[in-house]
Design a protein around this ligand. Structure first.
Ligand code: 5GP
Ligand code: ZN
Length: 110
């Protein structure tokens, strides 16, 4: 079964990477919904949060612990939003687990 994020992980499809390590890649969302909108994607194909098992615990922790440094490097010193959509009812379109990292929102009165 084809998977667009597996294709990006494998280098078969292009992406604007901001981070790569042994467990995850992160790249700019193709349709950004914020001034900064990056997707953090595990290299292994896991369909969604509902498909995580005990073997993925280190991976999940790795993703979470990656965020502060990644956000800082992306210029999000004032803060950031993280979103994980799960299932069609949760707005998930790409069935390969990914975490949205969003930031750079403008605040009223500034
Ligand atoms: P979901 O709704 O599944 O949580 O979010 C999927 C996200 O992946 C969307 O924000 C969409 O814009 C992004 N996306 C879908 N296909 C591609 C692609 O081929 N490249 C990149 N960089 N982003 C994609
Ligand atoms: Zn995949």
């Amino acid at each position: 079964m084809s998977c667009v994020f597996c294709d990006i992980v494998a280098g078969r499809a292009p992406a604007r990477f901001v981070h790569q390590d042994e467990q995850v890649v992160a790249f700019h969302d193709i349709h950004p919904k914020a001034p900064v909108h990056v997707l953090v994607v595990p290299r292994v194909h896991v369909a969604s949060l509902d498909h995580l098992g005990p073997e993925h615990e280190a991976l999940v922790l790795h993703i979470i612990r990656l965020l502060p440094g990644l956000a800082r490097r992306l210029g999000l010193a004032e803060g950031y939003r993280t979103v994980v959509n799960t299932g069609r009812g949760g707005g998930q379109i790409v069935d390969h687990l990914h975490l949205h990292l969003l930031g750079g929102f403008r605040h009223p009165g500034r």
